[in-house]
Design a protein around this ligand. Sequence first.
Ligand SMILES: [Zn+2]
Length: 226
Amino acid sequence: MRCCQLRLRCEYATISRVNELLAGYHRFRRTGWPQQRANFESLAQTGQSPKALMVACIDSRVDPAMIFDAPPGRLLTLRNVANLVPPYQPDAAYHGTSSALEFGVCVLEVPRIIVMGHGGCGGVRALLEGAPQSAPEFVGPWMQIAAAARDRAREQASAEDAQLFGEYEVVKISLANLLTFPWIAQRVADGRLQLDGAWFAIRTGQLKFLQPDGSFALAEPPLLAG
Ligand SMILES: [Zn+2]
């Protein structure tokens, strides 16, 4: 195949993808927008007051708003590779996750933070097996936040269970790191803020919640009530 033919095929594929997204936008304008219009207008006028801050993975299969059936304004969503929270480190580095936490907790005063892991997490796989060769710069160092999860998975889990074990451990590490932020620890101590851990199964659509004994179990606590 000649180069110009390849380029044409490539351009056609790009246009198809853009059209697919535009078609989705047009569907939203036809159906979603009329349904949500009053809510959007109210939110535009009064501002947002989300019921929870979700720390979730960037994985395209794990959409917190869909999983919690949450309308616009309900969830403040913070997504990064493997739903990780770094430890409190106020220095001159660019802290995207920490700045989102500060905004949600100190400005919006969210009453809950939920860290949600998920099955088949590529970030956890990179933690256990090494970052993909095509992503050598940032994924590996980022996942070092959860190095203890990798070590525990190797010590305590079989090879088949290491991925799931690691996904659970990453949620626990993020929850522990949340408490290193003084303005989070203070709010948890005085009851203004609640922290929860969860894990979503892509294959079954089921959500598990972290229990006081450290296990994850199917449960339906009223996390977003009120
Ligand atoms: Zn993931």
